[in-house]
Write a protein that binds this ligand. Structure first.
Ligand SMILES: NC(=O)c1ccc[n+]([C@@H]2O[C@H](COP(=O)([O-])OP(=O)(O)OC[C@H]3O[C@@H](n4cnc5c(N)ncnc54)[C@H](OP(=O)(O)O)[C@@H]3O)[C@@H](O)[C@H]2O)c1
Length: 337
């Protein structure tokens, strides 16, 4: 079997393939033939050496995989051979609010990840895959899907008729758009590209704004919300967007602090939060319980997550480079066959 490894900070060029032999399963472990792995901005951060948690040793990267169970340990009860499964982001965060213990292990960050043709995992760290999804689609829920779910429905507790602003057309934002549409929310999305905004419109975005040609996009968000602003901003932009995101959040609304694709420094004025009774809420992906809730919603709503481009296993470096170039809309996937 083949896998990739890299040293945090070694860059994409440090990604190297290697061969390994399957090891014996522990009683509660499951062997999975991985079929697809989806990449996240986080994987670029690990390669660059600026992710939250990183190993000092060469590590198999990646957190999001889907595949089929090929063998189960003697005490496994959750799965049988042949089941289609996906990985969860934090193997130890099953349910309830996060704790340092539950979020201590993060595959692809400080523990072996999923960019491999085969993985062994504790049965508690896997979830079934919705029946209508293929493996490429199923591999996109673990990080981007669960993060968007957590922001919209756990932290912000949005309900039909509420409004959400999504920034850019990457993995988290397009997941947010698809979930928001399914839940009957008003959706506003920004992008640097008119072509991507057209795709977002075709996916059901109510309002689209090009943040390159309209750099003061906060005025447009306020205009289309009759001056009130939105109930939630899924804040993935950081340095170049956060202050504007606060401005366009409705009184008592939420700014879900998810990422910082433009950097992490901020000069947000506390007064803007106080006077608007606005809430900033840090999001750290989510639990297995959230992943299972997302599975159910995806199943009922018949959502097919947007997979922009699929790369072969041998093209893993090209897949990373494609993500880094920011040309994608939705998710980038590597097939492991
Ligand atoms: N806290 C968590 O648990 C968590 C979970 C997942 C992700 N994240 C973070 O969330 C961020 C997004 O992750 P991702 O995997 O969705 O990334 P991604 O798929 O690589 O998407 C990045 C997109 O951001 C957009 N963008 C770039 N600069 C922008 C700007 N100045 N204003 C608005 N949009 C901009 C671009 O969209 P256009 O091409 O349309 O312009 C780009 O395609 C990252 O910082 C990541 O680390 C955090």
């Amino acid at each position: 079997m083949k896998a990739y490894r890299l040293i945090a900070g070694g860059g994409i060029k440090g990604l190297e393939g290697f061969e390994f032999k399957p090891r014996t399963l522990q009683a509660h472990e499951v062997r999975v033939r991985v079929r697809a792995v989806s990449l996240n901005y986080r994987d670029l951060m690990v390669a660059r050496g600026n992710y939250l948690v990183s190993s000092k040793e060469p590590l198999i990267p990646g957190s999001d995989a889907a595949g089929e169970v090929t063998e189960i340990g003697s005490a496994v009860t959750r799965f049988a051979v042949g089941d289609r499964v996906a990985t969860t982001f934090f193997p130890q965060w099953i349910d309830g609010p996060p704790t340092p213990e539950k979020t201590a292990v993060a595959p692809g960050g400080n523990a072996p990840g999923v960019l491999t043709q085969e993985l062994t995992a504790h049965e508690q760290s896997l979830v079934p895959v919705p029946a209508h999804l293929d493996f490429n689609e199923a591999a996109t829920l673990t990080c981007a899907g669960v993060t968007a779910w957590n922001a919209l429905f756990v932290e912000a507790k949005l309900k039909p008729g509420d409004s959400v602003l999504l920034l850019g057309t990457g993995g988290v934002s397009i997941w947010g758009l698809q979930l928001a549409r399914a839940a009957g929310l008003q959706t506003i999305i920004t992008s640097s590209s008119d072509l991507k905004l057209e795709r977002a419109h075709n996916l059901g975005a109510h309002n689209t704004i090009n943040y390159r040609t309209t750099p003061e996009w906060q005025h447009e968000v306020l205009r289309v919300t009759q001056g009130l602003g939105v109930n939630l901003v899924v804040e993935v932009g950081g340095e170049q967007t956060l202050q504007r995101s606060v401005t366009v959040t409705k009184m008592a609304g939420t700014i879900a602090i998810v990422g910082g694709v433009s950097g992490f420094r901020s000069d947000v004025q506390p007064f803007a939060l106080i006077a608007g009774a606005r809430r900033m809420s840090g999001i750290y992906v989510g639990s297995r319980g959230m992943h299972e809730d997302l599975n159910r919603a995806v199943d009922i709503a018949g959502i097919h997550p947007v997979v922009d481009k699929v790369f072969a296993f041998a093209e893993a470096r090209a897949a990373y480079a494609y993500l880094e170039a920011g040309q994608h809309f939705g998710k980038v996937v590597i097939q492991t066959d």
